[in-house]
Design a binder for this molecule. Structure first.
Ligand code: ADP
Ligand code: NG1
Ligand code: MG
Length: 342
């Protein structure tokens, strides 16, 4: 298998059915019919290499199980009807050929429009099909696990399939990396690349210009644990991210890159946890978000218990059991984007 392959269409297996059944119920309730197909694209955790992809340097992410899934039917009204399974995200609809992606006031559906626009413009689709859409996300938004790119990638894949078109995974990654910039963030291509190109059980060393990846088997006997600080940062809303892009691009000229990598490794040692992790670090853009810790399998329960106690339940935050389970969880490298039918 290579990244030049297409995203295949699979039948939903038993394990996936309960989640997709729920999405189907939302769709039925909203649109009075079953969806024709589903697309899903995963979030990611980055193991090393933060704020360097947009300067063209390699990164080592892995896809996580948490994803954005979209249920879709085409319509004959030449409109996009976008709804969300979460009541936090309001409905939106627009003609397929008349919309703006408003950088000055970014909303969730603008990320969908980034993916839609990418396919339509790149493949010069003169009469794109209208779509009815329900979005269902399990990645905590604005937490550095790349919910934004999962949404853009999923929307692009859904648009591609709805219009009976084909592009390879790597082409889709290049396209989505470019079109996510329409939301206003000058990011690199890490998130979109891993979202399309990830293989089950593998991290990926990804390089850029052009995007290419090599699968990396992770060490056995160790587990990656994600811990959400529960502090969110919306990268398209503030100027922090783009300011950091400018700073890092300047630093990357000359010998600056060496300094940055040294800083990252040093801060990893500083973050090393007393709860039994080999090491911990912030993942994603930062200003809140998640840490990822490499924990020996034998110490996993102790690690989870200590972090629960010290940060989530009796320590800094006062979360319920359920909230804590959503914020602190072990993860394994998951599969990239997929298309499903019933
Ligand atoms: P990150 O990529 O680190 O999660 P970003 O700030 O880049 O954070 O993107 C977060 C934005 O993505 C949210 O503000 C929202 O607009 C959009 N988003 C993420 N998940 C969903 C979802 N399930 N449904 C709708 N929009 C979502
Ligand atoms: P998050 O934090 O998931 O939005 C962003 C960028 C990545 C990368 C990381 C920092 C986008 C779409 N994502 O991710 O390209 O630069 O920050 O390593 O811009
Ligand atoms: Mg993002």
């Amino acid at each position: 298998m290579t990244d030049q392959e297409f995203v295949s269409v699979k039948t939903l297996d038993e394990k996936l059915k309960p989640r997709y059944h729920k999405i189907c119920q939302h769709f039925l309730k909203r649109f009075n019919a079953e969806p024709e197909f589903y697309a899903r694209a995963p979030g990611r955790v980055n193991i090393i290499g933060e704020h360097i992809d947009y300067s063209g340097y390699g990164v080592l992410p892995m896809a996580i199980e948490q994803d954005v899934a979209i249920a879709v039917s085409t319509n004959s009204s030449n409109t996009l009807q976008l709804a969300n399974s979460s009541s936090s995200f309001c409905e939106f609809s627009c003609p397929v050929d008349e919309y703006t992606i408003d950088k000055s006031n970014p909303k969730w559906f603008h990320y969908v429009l980034c993916g839609f626009r990418g396919i339509v413009e790149h493949l010069k689709v003169t009469t794109p099909r209208g779509m009815k859409v329900i979005v269902d996300g399990t990645i905590p938004p604005s937490s550095g696990l790349s919910s934004s790119s999962a949404l853009v990638c999923c929307a692009a894949l859904a648009t591609l399939h709805a219009n009976n078109l084909k592009m390879s995974k790597v082409e889709l990654a290049e396209l989505c990396a470019h079109y996510e910039k329409y939301i206003g963030t000058e990011g690199g291509g890490m998130d979109q690349s891993i979202s399309f190109m990830a293989k089950q059980g593998m991290a990926k060393f990804i390089e850029f210009n052009p995007i290419r990846g090599v699968d990396v088997k992770l060490p056995e006997g160790a587990v990656f644990v994600i811990a959400n600080s529960c502090v969110t940062a919306s990268k398209a809303v503030t100027s922090h991210f783009n300011t950091r892009v400018v700073e890092c691009r300047l630093a990357a000229q000359g010998t600056g890159m060496v300094v940055w990598v040294t800083m990252e490794i040093t801060s990893e040692s500083a973050c090393k946890m007393e709860a039994g992790a080999h090491g911990s670090r912030l993942t994603g853009a930062g200003w809140g978000g998640c840490t990822v810790s490499l924990v020996p399998a034998a110490s996993l329960q102790n690690f989870l218990q200590e972090v629960r106690k010290r940060y989530y339940m009796d320590g800094v935050l006062e979360l319920t059991e359920e909230e804590c389970t959503r914020a602190l969880f072990p993860t394994a490298p998951g599969v990239g984007a997929q298309l499903y039918v019933h």
